[in-house]
Design a protein around this ligand. Structure first.
Ligand code: ZN
Ligand code: ZN
Length: 145
């Protein structure tokens, strides 16, 4: 995948990131819904991403933080902070990048939290809250070092 360049709404933060896969995912969890007013559409980034500008972070849970522009508040990325094999994994907000929107939406997380009033067209893998939590649980058990 080639590197993408993006920016926040006000332009104070610029981001360069390389998608690890040419696909998008959407998360409908309560926190993403409040953060974005709908769902966070993102792509998994390769580790070497970079951001310039007034980036702020918020520890939204014991296992992850969310980065946003300190000037305009645009959502930038979601990063796993939990020690272990998932540490540092980052989901980049796809809307920052001109070209990321061409990638296909392949996954919806927390589908059981999505409000009934809207939905994406088409079919893709969908995971409920219980299925997402089960996916994370084994790696947490393995993080006892
Ligand atoms: Zn901004
Ligand atoms: Zn979410």
């Amino acid at each position: 995948m080639s590197e993408l360049k993006g920016q926040c709404m006000c332009g104070a933060v610029t981001v360069t990131a390389t998608p690890a896969k040419p696909t998008l995912g959407a998360c409908h969890c309560d926190m993403c819904r409040r953060w974005t007013s709908s769902m966070l559409v993102s792509f998994p980034s390769e580790p070497g991403y970079a951001a310039l500008g007034p980036v702020k972070t918020y520890a939204s849970s014991d296992w992850a933080e969310r980065a946003f522009c300190g000037e305009c508040g645009s959502a930038l990325w979601y990063r796993i902070t939990l020690p272990g094999e998932m540490h540092g994994q980052t989901q980049m907000a796809a809307g920052l990048f001109e070209n990321a929107g061409g990638n296909a939406l392949k996954l919806e997380l927390f589908i059981d939290k999505k409000p009934e009033g809207y939905a994406f067209e088409g079919e893709r893998r969908q995971m409920t809250e219980a299925e997402v939590m089960a996916m994370y649980a084994p790696s947490e058990e393995g993080d006892t070092q």
